[in-house]
Design a protein around this ligand. Structure first.
Ligand SMILES: Cc1cc2nc3c(=O)[nH]c(=O)nc-3n(C[C@H](O)[C@H](O)[C@H](O)COP(=O)(O)OP(=O)(O)OC[C@H]3O[C@@H](n4cnc5c(N)ncnc54)[C@H](O)[C@@H]3O)c2cc1C
Length: 338
């Protein structure tokens, strides 16, 4: 038996766009990879903050929706089958006596021979609501994400929120759920105009100026909610099986600050090879300040930094390896990318 079965060549902390590209690139360089992401979904700011917006400055894509770019990045990363660990916030980083690293998360422990930090603006946490029943039924009828729409097949669902996620999830569940109701505390929606139009044209029951008052259940699962009209105070009880709170996210840059890394303001200091002050620990993307350059929070820059960080990690792990891997066009990836 191996001394440590959880040991991977590279642990990538942060499954945003830069972490996803780093995962692909590390696979290209023959490294085993585990990606640790605080949220239940991959994609970082692109899916949490602006999934429906178009991006115009990613090389090779004259125009692409943020959520579509993430879908492509996931497909590309999967070429080499990295492991994705979702819903775990990395909290501690420790170098062990054998030179490998241990990352402790909110739920477990992971080991890597090298670390690439791509934590962007920090760990995203979904906003919650301080209402009776919400905490009690988290994961048993109260959710913050739709990971698999099939989980809601045939159910009565209440979606709370007026942003892109709320509207998108309501629309994607409407054909498969028994009933979908969306409540939003204001008249106006933050979601993309076309999605809002589609929402009102769909079978989703939309109630504006309504808020959640209470989630009730039978002790095991959610059975109903109480909602109220915030102008008149009038209350309504709806029988539901699931409540999806789509109320946005806040980011927490906290944990990484305690890992013994050198910082420039809120950014991790790296040299042009994306090396931090800790041996075998690299960083890329929105999280970094590059010596002699500073911080340029753009996808195109982050993707380049991911490639540099991986090539640096490769030569750290195998000093006989070349920094320049050769061209992907010269490698036979046809079996992997069909
Ligand atoms: C509204 C908006 C529009 C934008 N438009 C453009 C554009 O048009 N073009 C462009 O180039 N850029 C644009 N950007 C910037 C671009 O989104 C960022 O540069 C990019 O998201 C950075 O990617 P990243 O992977 O470094 O970080 P992030 O996208 O922030 O991803 C970091 C990931 O790490 C996770 N994480 C953080 N801490 C931990 C932890 N401790 N444990 C586990 N996981 C953790 C987070 O949950 C997150 O998923 C825009 C940004 C915004 C806000």
């Amino acid at each position: 038996m191996q001394a440590n079965e959880s040991l991977r060549d590279v642990l990538i902390v942060g499954g945003g766009p830069v972490g996803l590209f780093a995962a692909f690139y590390a696979g290209l360089r023959g490294l085993s990879v585990r990606v640790i992401e605080a949220l239940e979904q991959l994609g970082g700011q692109l899916v949490t903050l602006y999934p429906e917006k178009y991006i115009y400055d990613v090389a090779g894509f004259p125009k692409i929706k943020a959520k579509d770019l993430v879908a492509n990045l996931i497909t590309q990363a999967q070429t080499f089958q990295p492991e994705f660990v979702l819903g775990e916030r990395a909290e501690e980083l420790r170098r062990l006596n054998d030179g490998t690293y241990e990352v402790r998360t909110s739920k477990g422990v992971h080991h890597g021979r090298a670390i690439i930090i791509t934590t962007g603006v920090g760990a995203f946490k979904p906003n919650t609501l301080d209402r009776p029943g919400v905490k009690e039924y988290e994961g048993r009828g109260v959710f913050y994400f739709v990971r698999n729409p099939e989980d809601f097949r045939g159910k009565r669902v209440l979606v709370v929120g007026g942003g892109d996620s709320a509207v998108d999830w309501a629309l994607s569940l409407e054909p498969i759920a028994r009933k979908v109701t969306l409540i939003h505390r204001r008249e106006g929606f933050r979601a993309h105009e076309a999605s809002v139009q589609a929402l009102f044209a769909s079978g989703v029951t939309v109630k504006t100026h309504y808020e959640l008052k209470e989630v009730r259940g039978d002790g095991r699962r959610v059975t109903e909610v109480v909602i109220f009209q915030n102008q008149t105070g009038e209350e309504e009880t709806l029988p539901v099986d699931a409540v999806i709170l789509a109320l946005g996210f806040k980011s927490d840059p906290g944990a990484v600050k305690r890992w013994g890394l050198a910082f420039e303001g809120r950014y991790i200091k790296v040299n042009p090879r994306m090396e931090t002050n800790l041996p075998g620990v690299f960083a890329a993307g929105d999280a970094v300040f590059v010596e002699g350059m500073g911080n340029l929070k753009l996808l195109a820059v982050g993707f380049g930094q991911a490639a540099i960080a991986v090539n640096s990690a490769k030569t750290f792990l195998d000093p006989s390896a070349r920094f320049m891997p050769g061209h992907s066009s010269s490698m036979d990836l046809s079996q992997k990318t069909r």
